[in-house]
Write a protein that binds this ligand. Structure first.
Ligand SMILES: CC(=O)N[C@H]1[C@@H](OP(=O)(O)OP(=O)(O)OC[C@H]2O[C@@H](n3ccc(=O)[nH]c3=O)[C@H](O)[C@@H]2O)O[C@H](CO)[C@@H](O)[C@@H]1O
Length: 372
């Protein structure tokens, strides 16, 4: 099977595809990953030792008049580059999991069997466009179905989990970070790039927060220097409770397994990774990402697995919410149970099966008309 993965932008577009490749195992030997020039996918994909090529990509929706001609030009250049890659690589199947980079590839490769995995409940603009060309659309929750025409082949698979997240025991995970086994642990993260408002609210209340719980704080690269300066102001007797990192690669699974509660954005991964770990959440949807994160957060909150806080009021609401939750361990336990009930641990396997089925439908090699 010759598989071409086209995904990128941020971690949210990359990790689901990596999880699917892991589930394909040896069958995924012939893989080429096409990402966007300058995206964060390059490092993540090369880290996983997968061959990588970059093409120009840019969004055109909601872009100002000055920027629009430049972005349209990039889209055209991206489509031409995608055609060249398809002609040279001749894939049997295309896999898309997110990012603008998929749009030129979906246009250039529209005759090739393709799977679009939509991680968020509501498909973003780019995935919506790609799904028009897709042979199969896979979604995280049944709630996504009504965003697609009934005639489309939509399969609910759940959100795929990377193998490096699996297998951590709570004790072992706590030891990994040098955490006390008895005291509660709060994990703070802002998605793959960090979240300034979450970082600011945590730093503002850090002392009070460390009196409530031990904290693993993943800051993102941008705010890391500022956070490092603040660490010096943490009272000496509380410093051992604060564990800050700019980013965690393989150890992110240990952070999830060690925590009793997470404070985070509501990116698509929260629909899969938090249920997998049965990790109750305080969700702060990113207010500038259309409605996607608000819809994800509403789903987890309606299922009583999370509470949602407004980004604009976070500095006032964060501490009382944490005090309330940590003083009601039974409620936290109920949220954990509700979160675990949403888990779909076989999602990666189901997605790998869909790819196998599509590969079997692939026309004889070197017959894809659009790319000749
Ligand atoms: C601001 C923005 O537009 N965010 C979007 C972006 O978020 P983002 O790129 O943050 O994506 P997600 O929240 O879905 O996933 C983040 C991923 O990064 C991993 N991780 C994070 C930090 C770390 O230190 N180590 C690590 O491995 C997490 O485990 C997770 O797998 O893509 C998501 C998926 O389309 C969308 O739902 C979000 O709305």
């Amino acid at each position: 099977m010759r598989l071409l993965v086209c995904a990128g932008g941020t971690g949210g577009g990359v990790y689901p595809a990596l999880a699917i490749l892991q589930a394909l195992g040896n069958e995924a030997e012939n893989v080429l990953w096409v990402g966007s020039e300058g995206g964060m996918e390059r490092d993540l994909v090369l880290r996983a030792q997968i061959p990588f090529e970059a093409i120009p990509a840019a969004g055109v929706h909601g872009v100002g008049w000055r920027q629009l001609p430049r972005n349209i030009l990039r889209l055209i250049r991206g489509t031409l580059a995608a055609r060249r890659i398809l002609r040279a690589y001749q894939p049997d199947v295309l896999l898309f999991t997110g990012g603008y980079v998929g749009v030129p590839m979906a246009i250039a490769g529209r005759s090739i069997p393709s799977l679009v995995f939509v991680p968020d409940i509501e498909p973003g603009l780019a995935l919506n466009l790609m799904s028009r060309f897709a042979h199969t659309i896979a979604v995280t929750t049944p709630r996504s179905r009504h965003y697609f025409p009934a005639a489309k082949n939509v399969v609910v698979t759940g959100y795929p989990i990377r193998t490096e997240l699996i297998g951590w025991q709570r004790n072992q995970a706590r030891q990994r970070f040098g955490l006390d086994e008895e005291k509660p642990v709060l994990l703070v993260m802002g998605g793959s790039k960090g979240a300034r408002s979450i970082n600011r609210a945590v730093l503002t209340h850090l002392e009070a927060l460390l009196n409530l719980a031990q904290v693993i704080h993943i800051t993102g690269q941008t705010d890391w220097p500022e956070v490092q300066q603040q660490i010096a102001h943490v009272p000496i007797n509380l410093q051992h409770r604060y564990h800050a990192f700019p980013y965690l690669h393989e150890d992110i699974g240990a952070a999830f397994a060690a925590a009793d509660l997470i404070l985070c954005r509501a990116g698509a991964s929260t629909l899969g990774e938090l249920p997998f770990f049965g990790l109750p959440a305080i969700l702060v949807p990113y207010p500038y990402a259309w409605r996607y994160q608000a819809i994800n957060a509403a789903y987890l909150t309606e299922n009583r697995a999370a509470v949602t806080l407004d980004d604009a009021k976070l500095s006032e609401t964060l501490l009382p919410t944490l005090q309330d939750l940590f003083s009601h361990p039974q409620r936290l336990q109920q949220m954990a149970t509700a979160m675990r009930a949403l888990a779909t641990p076989d999602a990666a396997t189901k997605l790998a099966d869909l790819i196998r089925t599509l590969a079997a439908q692939s026309p004889a090699p070197r017959k894809h008309k659009e790319v000749q």
